[in-house]
Ligand binder design. Structure first.
Ligand SMILES: Nc1ncnc2c1ncn2[C@@H]1O[C@H](COP(=O)(O)OP(=O)(O)OP(=O)(O)O)[C@@H](O)[C@H]1O
Ligand SMILES: Cc1ncc(CO)c(N)n1
Length: 267
């Protein structure tokens, strides 16, 4: 069986973070492991607390994983401090990890800030250069490319800038400002749009975590980058179309659709 590890924060409400990642990996047929960077106390309405692990402890988690069950892919989500980012970069280099998907998590769906300002610089310097693919939404791409994005052409320019600077593939997700479900993959000086059908579902807690974990799962299984993104888009569409409605805010998605087979993919 192929294996993947998520390096991310725990979401007590189960819709995002480690919990979304593990649900996604199981549903996509890979064995899931986790190195937890922080506990968050959160639900569908917001985040009330964050408790980080120490960099030493995160290093110990990664040592235990890599020296025993070597992961075929790595997904990195919420990492709130520079010291934790440095530790992850050191360990991934030490163990020569492959298929690294970096979701540069900055703000939760509910609006809470999940990374410190100084850590953004470290993220750029240490994690982007080792990423196989980076999955920013538009606000994140604006920070990383240091420009505003108002159109599809701006998305291309920002993704090119990030990809050229850090030598990684960039999947820029259009949903936030452009109100569609079209994502742009910029890679090796070329780009391709992955168009999705916008699903009328306000319950989008954890969509970014889910997409990046689905890409990592498919890379772990040996699919190429384009196919992995295509399959991940299909997965997120299915999870959203299952129309789970839980909680008082922007609720989580139903990963069970892939297991029960109740979801019928729309043409
Ligand atoms: N309503 C929707 N219908 C279809 N696809 C969607 C919808 N909302 C988001 N997506 C898709 O889900 C994926 C994740 O995108 P999104 O922009 O929501 O990520 P994100 O902002 O990083 O998520 P998060 O809020 O969890 O941080 C993208 O492929 C996007 O196109
Ligand atoms: C732990 C965690 N990671 C990522 C997100 C982004 O949605 C979140 N809300 N919580």
């Amino acid at each position: 069986m192929k294996t993947a590890v998520t390096i991310a924060g725990s979401d007590s409400s189960g819709g995002a973070g480690i919990q979304a990642d593990i649900k996604t990996m199981i549903a996509n047929g890979v064995y899931a492991m986790s190195a937890i960077t922080a506990l968050t106390a959160q639900n569908t309405t917001g985040v009330t607390g964050i408790m980080e692990v120490t960099p030493e402890f995160l290093g110990e988690e990664l040592d235990n994983i890599f020296t025993d069950i070597y992961p075929d892919a790595v997904k990195i989500g919420m990492v709130s401090s520079s010291a934790l980012i440095e530790k992850i970069a050191d360990k991934l280099q030490e163990y020569q990890a492959e298929n690294i998907v970096v979701d540069p998590v900055m703000v939760a769906t509910s609006g809470a800030k999940l990374i410190s300002d100084e850590a953004i610089g470290t993220l750029k310097k240490r994690l982007l250069p080792i990423a196989s693919v980076l999955t920013p939404n538009i606000p994140e791409a604006e920070v990383l490319a240091e420009m505003e994005i108002h159109s599809a052409d701006d998305m291309i320019e920002a993704a090119k800038k990030i990809s050229d600077t850090y030598h990684c593939a960039v999947l820029c997700k259009g949903g936030h400002k452009l109100n569609d479900a079209n994502d742009l993959l910029y890679r090796d000086g070329d780009y391709r749009w992955f168009n999705g059908k916008r699903i009328d579902n306000p319950n989008t807690h954890g969509t970014g975590c889910t997409l990046s974990s689905a890409i990592a799962s498919n890379l772990a299984k040996g699919f190429d980058m384009d196919t992995s993104v295509e399959r991940a888009k299909d997965y997120i569409s299915g999870a959203l179309a299952a129309m789970l409605d839980l909680g008082k805010g922007s609720g989580p998605m139903d990963h069970g659709f892939a297991i029960t087979g109740e979801y019928k993919k729309e043409a």
